[in-house]
Design a binder for this molecule. Structure first.
Ligand SMILES: *[C@@H]1O[C@H](CO)[C@@H](O)[C@H](O)[C@H]1NC(C)=O
Ligand SMILES: *[C@@H]1O[C@H](CO)[C@@H](O)[C@H](O)[C@H]1NC(C)=O
Ligand SMILES: *[C@@H]1O[C@H](CO)[C@@H](O)[C@H](O)[C@H]1NC(C)=O
Ligand SMILES: *[C@@H]1O[C@H](CO)[C@@H](O)[C@H](O)[C@H]1NC(C)=O
Ligand SMILES: *[C@@H]1O[C@H](CO)[C@@H](O)[C@H](O)[C@H]1NC(C)=O
Ligand SMILES: *[C@@H]1O[C@H](CO)[C@@H](O)[C@H](O)[C@H]1NC(C)=O
Length: 166
C-alpha cells in the first residue's frame, strides 16, 4: 500500500476517536436530585459518536434509557437499557432524541435528561451551523477533518519532495 494512503487512514482513525466528546451529565454536580438537566442539556451540542456519562452514588441511583413516555411519566416500563456502575459512559450512536431517567425514584426529583443527537457535520457544511458558534462544542469532527486535511497535504508535499530528490 502507498505509504501516504496508509498515513491518511491512520490519521482518519485517530481523528474520529480523539474528537468524540464526553458530556458529563450535570458537570461537577453529577447525577443527583434537584438539578435542572434541561438547562445542562441546552448548553451542549451532541453529535453521533459522542459519549454521555453519568457520575453518581450507585447505592442510591442508576440510569435507565427510556422512551418519551417513560421520560414524561418517570416510568421504566419497557426500558431500552440500564446502567448501574456509578460511572457510566454511554455512546450516543444514532441521530435521534435519547431519554435517560433515574430508575430508583430520583426521576420525580429532576433526575431526567433528554438529549438530541445531531449528525456529524460534514466538511461542506462547515459554514452553515452558525447556531452552534456560541456553544461549547462546535462540530468537533469537522474541526478534526480540517486539521486532518492540512496534515495530509503537508505529508503529501513531503512525499512528493523526497521522491523528486531520491
Ligand atoms: C428547567 O429549565 C427549563 C428551561 O429554562 C424550564 O423550561 C423547566 O421548566 C425547568 N424545569 C424545572 C423542573 O424547573
Ligand atoms: C454552560 O456552559 C458554560 C461554558 O462551558 C459554563 O460556564 C456554564 O456554567 C454552563 N451553564 C450551565 C447552566 O450548565
Ligand atoms: C402518563 O401519566 C399521565 C398522568 O399521570 C397519564 O394520564 C397517562 O396515561 C400516562 N401515560 C402513559 C403512557 O402511561
Ligand atoms: C414507550 O414504551 C411503552 C412501553 O413499551 C409503550 O407503552 C409506549 O407507547 C411507548 N411510548 C412511545 C412514545 O413510544
Ligand atoms: C437492565 O438491563 C439488563 C441487561 O443489561 C436486563 O437484563 C434487565 O432486565 C434490565 N433491568 C430492568 C429493570 O429493565
Ligand atoms: C451504542 O452502541 C454500543 C455498542 O454496540 C452499545 O454498547 C451502547 O449501549 C449503544 N448506546 C446506546 C445509547 O444504546
Amino acid at each position: 500500500m502507498d505509504l501516504s494512503v496508509l498515513f491518511f487512514l491512520l490519521l482518519a482513525a485517530v481523528a474520529t476517536t480523539v474528537n468524540a466528546t464526553d458530556h458529563i451529565v450535570g458537570a461537577n454536580k453529577g447525577w443527583n436530585p434537584g438539578i435542572n438537566y434541561t438547562l445542562w442539556a441546552n448548553n451542549q451540542t451532541f453529535y453521533t459518536g459522542d459519549y454521555i456519562s453519568f457520575r453518581y452514588q450507585k447505592s442510591q441511583f442508576n440510569v435507565f434509557l427510556v422512551n418519551q413516555t417513560g421520560y414524561d411519566n418517570c416510568t421504566i416500563d419497557g426500558a431500552l437499557g440500564n446502567w448501574t456502575s456509578g460511572k457510566d459512559f454511554i455512546m450516543l450512536n444514532d441521530t435521534q432524541r435519547y431519554y435517560f431517567i433515574c430508575g430508583t425514584g430520583g426521576c420525580v426529583n429532576g433526575m431526567k435528561v433528554s438529549v438530541l443527537v445531531h449528525p456529524l457535520a460534514s466538511p461542506p457544511m462547515l459554514a452553515v451551523p452558525a447556531e452552534h458558534s456560541s456553544k461549547k462544542s462546535s462540530a468537533p469532527a469537522a474541526r478534526g477533518f480540517v486539521s486532518l486535511l492540512a496534515t495530509s497535504f503537508a505529508f503529501f508535499g513531503l512525499t512528493l519532495c523526497s521522491s523528486v530528490w531520491m
